[in-house]
Design a protein around this ligand. Structure first.
Ligand code: ATR
Length: 317
C-alpha cells in the first residue's frame, strides 16, 4: 500500500521488507539510520523491543508502550530536529503531473541523526471501528476478546475513548485480570469486568489470534454469549477475510467487519509521519485489497512482508 501511495503522490520513495532477528534489531535500526532511510515500520516482536532502542519517543509510543513506526530526523543549523526528507533532494509533483527535483532547504547531510519512535496502531483501531462499523465508542458497551499485546492496547484505547462498559475475556483469565486492573487505575470512570456480559453490547471486538488459520473455531463461546446480543462485530484478523466469528456475526444479523481497515489506517498514519503529506487512502485501500485478497499464491515476498517492513527514500533521486 505504501508503494502505491508513493506512486500516486509522485514520490520517488520505496517501501521494502526485511526480515530481522530480534537480536539484530538494534543493528538494523542503526543501519537504517546510517543509510538515511526516511523511516521504518516494525512488527511483532520488534514493537516492544524498539521502545528502548530509539533516541526519542513520541507521546503515542509512550502511551501505548510500543513502537510500530520510526522516523529518522536530522538536526538543522538551528538545532531543531527535522524529518530527513527536509535535507535530501526529493522529487515534487507539479500541477501538470510532472515531477521535478526540489532543492532541499538545508542542502546538506545533517551531522546528527536520531530515530524518533511513534505508535500508529491504537488510533487505527478507533478510526477503523468508526469507518467500517459506524461504532460510536463514547458510552458504548464492548465485549473484548483477547488480552495479549493487541488486546491490551485495544482495551486501553477503548477506555480512553470513554466506553461505558468493557467486558474482557481471555483464554488465560489472569491476563484479562491484569488488563482490567490497569483500566481501573487509569480510567476509573469505565466499568470493567472480566467475563462474558449478561447484557446486550454495542460491539464485540476480537483481538485474539484465533481465526488466523483456516479451520480455526470462533474465539467466542456462543454458550456464554449469543451474537444476537451484539450490534456489531469487528475482527482484527483480515486474512482470511471472513473468520468463523465474522460468519456467525453475519448469520446473527450483526454489522461485521474484518481488520483490513486497521491495517490501512496504521499504515496511512505512518505514511503521513514519514512524508508530511495526507495519505491517499483510496489508493492504499485498493492496493491492500489486491495484495491481501487477490494474490492466489502465497509468494515468499508476502511472507516477508508479514515480518518486518522498512521504508527508505531514494535520497539522491
Ligand atoms: P498479539 O500481539 O497479536 O495480541 P499475543 O500477545 O500473543 O499476540 O496474544 C494472542 C492472543 O490470542 C491472546 O489473547 C491469546 O490468549 P492467551 O493469553 O490465553 O494466550 C489469544 N489466543 C491465541 N490462541 C488462542 C486460542 N487457541 N484460543 C483462544 N485464545 C487464543
Amino acid at each position: 500500500m505504501h508503494n502505491a501511495a508513493f506512486a500516486a503522490l509522485g514520490l520517488n520513495w520505496r517501501y521494502l521488507a526485511f526480515e530481522v532477528r530480534p537480536d539484530d534489531l538494534r543493528a538494523a535500526i542503526a543501519g537504517a539510520k546510517a543509510m538515511q532511510f526516511a523511516g521504518l515500520n516494525l512488527t511483532v516482536p520488534h514493537k516492544l523491543l524498539a521502545l528502548g532502542m530509539v533516541d526519542a519517543l513520541d507521546e503515542s509510543a509512550k502511551t501505548w508502550g510500543a513502537v510500530n513506526t520510526i522516523r529518522f530526523e536530522g538536526r538543522d543549523s538551528n538545532s531543531a530536529w527535522l524529518p530527513l526528507r527536509e535535507f535530501g533532494v526529493s522529487s515534487r509533483r507539479l500541477r501538470d503531473g510532472q515531477t521535478q527535483l526540489a532543492e532541499p532547504p538545508e542542502g546538506r547531510t545533517p551531522n546528527e541523526i536520531r530515530a524518533h519512535g511513534f505508535n500508529t496502531d491504537a488510533d487505527a483501531i478507533v478510526t477503523a471501528l468508526r469507518e467500517d462499523l459506524k461504532v460510536e465508542l463514547r458510552g458504548a458497551k464492548v465485549l473484548l476478546l483477547g488480552a495479549g499485546g493487541a488486546g491490551r492496547t485495544a482495551a486501553l484505547k477503548l477506555a480512553s475513548e470513554n466506553v461505558a462498559e468493557l467486558f474482557l475475556v481471555n483464554r488465560t483469565p489472569s491476563k484479562a485480570d491484569t488488563v482490567a486492573g490497569e483500566i481501573k487505575k487509569q480510567f476509573p470512570s469505565v466499568r470493567v469486568a472480566v467475563g462474558h456480559p449478561k447484557i446486550a453490547v454495542d460491539l464485540v471486538l476480537n483481538a485474539t489470534s484465533l481465526g488466523l488459520k483456516s479451520g480455526d473455531p470462533s474465539p467466542l463461546a456462543e454458550k456464554q454469549f449469543s451474537l444476537r446480543q451484539a450490534r456489531s462485530v469487528y475482527d482484527m484478523i483480515y486474512n482470511p477475510a471472513e473468520t468463523a466469528l465474522l460468519k456467525a456475526a453475519k448469520a446473527a444479523g450483526c454489522r461485521a467487519s474484518n481488520g483490513l481497515g486497521m491495517l490501512l489506517h496504521q499504515g496511512a498514519k505512518a505514511f503521513e509521519i514519514w512524508t508530511g503529506q495526507p495519505a491517499p487512502l483510496d489508493v492504499m485501500r485498493r492496493a491492500l485489497e489486491a495484495e491481501v485478497y487477490q494474490s492466489t499464491v502465497h509468494s515468499p515476498q508476502s511472507a516477508v512482508k508479514s515480518s518486518q517492513s522498512v521504508m527508505r527514500s531514494k535520497m539522491k533521486g
